[in-house]
Design a protein around this ligand. Structure first.
Ligand code: HEM
Ligand SMILES: CC(C)=CCC/C(C)=C/CC/C(C)=C/COP(=O)(O)OP(=O)(O)O
Length: 305
């Protein structure tokens, strides 16, 4: 039985370089947070028949963005030891010692408190649900699940899937089953998104002792799971249309994107070639972007039509 690492805050990296503002930006995982904010904005727009109120959009996006960024900063602090062991993450600011643990914690703490306060102005439910997502990613996933089970990203993926619901609640102050359909879309998308990358970076994860699926169950099994999840995504992708929440623009857009993802997964399983896992991962990012743009375009069309 392979021995897997548990996280530790020990910072053995020498602090030889000075931190720049870019290091602090990098700590917030800006591209991931930008995508989370797109999904949150779609949740806000779909929550109401026409346009959501401007103050809810501004405060909501700022608050959800700051809390997501704070979660990403805490993830860098907690993961610094394994980040130093993986090629992909070795140059990260905390792992390299350009930003110290206490500076990063102070930065993350500031973002967390400011984000919570902004959301609190809107309503208590969105403030607490967003905070729960932060804890879900920074503590439950990063500290525990990531090192405990190869299902880590399936369960932990729930935190990253929450922003459309958070956006919805920012605007309405209440939970709605339709918002859960949007969460389900990202929840089903996350395993093939991540496992494609994990196949590409399998050696990194094995070296760092992180029990990701390709390390514990092998690459072939992981490819099968990627294919199954993309097929499930084709079905889950129909739900917003079946529930009457979205129309034909979304239906055809999502079918094309989801079948495209399933095609990548099929190729990966049965006709793999060099670099295909990485291409599948890159496709997943354009895919989730396209899916949420399709939801938005469909909603706008129905609102003006
Ligand atoms: C537990 C859930 C998730 C895991 C484990 C995960 C994992 C990862 C990893 C490891 C990377 C880095 C790839 C690299 O360094 O090149 C990445 C990139 C990315 N992920 Fe995810 N992800 C998750 C959820 C999400 C969600 C919910 C979104 C947005 C809807 C998202 C959007 C992105 C984007 C946009 C990138 C590219 C970032 C860049 O190029 O800097 N991810 N993901
Ligand atoms: C408030 C709220 C919505 C919080 C969610 C915040 C958030 C940044 C979610 C994205 C998930 C993500 C990038 C996981 C990768 O972590 P990893 O540690 O497996 O990847 P890494 O090795 O690249 O750090």
């Amino acid at each position: 039985m392979a021995k897997f690492n548990t996280p530790s805050l020990a910072n053995s990296a020498p602090n030889t370089e000075t931190a720049q503002w870019r290091d602090y930006l990098e700590l917030t995982k800006p591209k991931v947070v930008a995508m989370l904010l797109l999904t949150a904005m779609v949740g806000m727009c779909l929550a109401v028949p026409s346009l959501p109120p401007a103050h809810a959009v501004i405060l909501g996006l700022l608050g959800i963005g700051m809390q997501s960024a704070a979660a990403a900063v805490f993830n860098h602090v907690i993961d610094q030891r394994i980040d130093r062991q993986m090629q992909r993450t070795i140059h990260r600011p905390v792992a390299k010692g350009r930003v110290g643990t206490s500076q990063a914690l102070a930065f993350g703490g500031l973002l967390m408190v400011a984000g919570f306060a902004l959301l609190w102005v809107l309503n208590a439910l969105v403030a607490w649900l967003t905070f729960a997502s932060l804890i879900g990613y920074a503590v439950v996933y990063t500290v525990w699940l990531k090192h405990a089970t190869p299902q880590n990203i399936v369960i932990g993926g729930l935190a990253g899937a929450m922003p459309p619901l958070l956006g919805w609640v920012a605007v309405t102050g209440t939970l709605d089953p339709h918002a859960l359909l949007l969460v389900m879309l990202i929840f089903t998308w996350t395993p093939p998104h991540f496992w494609a990358l994990a196949i590409h970076r399998e050696k990194d994860y094995a070296k760092a002792g992180v029990p990701m699926l390709p390390v514990t169950h092998g690459v072939e099994f992981t490819k099968t799971m990627i294919l199954l999840y993309t097929l499930l995504l084709v079905v889950v992708g129909l739900l917003p249309w079946l529930a009457g929440m979205s129309g034909l623009i979304y239906l055809f857009g999502s079918l094309a994107l989801n079948l495209g993802f399933a095609w990548y997964a099929w190729q990966l399983k049965f006709h793999d070639r060099k670099g295909l896992a990485w291409q599948t991962f890159k496709y997943s990012i354009w895919h989730v972007f396209g899916l949420f743009v399709a939801l938005l375009a469909d909603h706008a069309w129905r609102a003006i039509g």
